[in-house]
Design a protein around this ligand. Structure first.
Ligand SMILES: [Zn+2]
Length: 124
């Protein structure tokens, strides 16, 4: 009888472990282009999903790197800081989380491209 209970407990523990593992968010990284705002360097980076910015730049050695965007209207390359999630009950602006060009306010933006074979671009 005792052996059966222990066996049952083990089965339940294994099942619980499995459920917890399934419920955990999967950790994955994605490749993107970051802008080191101190060194003015645009570079490719692999960052884990859910990363908070700024992140440490390998070029400045400091937390000066933000996601980079480029305006399709005038070519401006600018850093974008994702806003914190809105508080509950607060109205969410319609352009929430949309990168906007600091020069002309355009939302017609894209992620700048680093030429094949290059790791980074030095900006002006
Ligand atoms: Zn622009």
């Amino acid at each position: 009888m005792k052996g059966k209970i222990i066996g049952l407990v083990v089965v339940i523990l294994i099942a619980l472990g499995f459920i917890v593992k399934q419920a955990m968010p999967k950790k994955y990284t994605y490749e993107t282009v970051l802008l080191d705002t101190e060194k003015k360097i645009l570079y490719k980076a692999k960052i884990p999903a859910g990363t908070k910015f700024p992140v440490k730049s390998p070029y400045s050695g400091k937390k000066t790197a933000y996601p980079a965007y480029q305006c399709l209207e005038d070519g401006t390359i600018f850093p974008y800081v994702p806003p914190p999630p809105p508080k509950e009950g607060e109205p969410v602006p319609p352009d929430f989380g949309i990168p906007r060009c600091p020069k002309d306010g355009s939302t017609n933006v894209t992620v700048p491209q680093i030429p094949e074979g290059k790791e980074y671009i030095q900006l002006e």
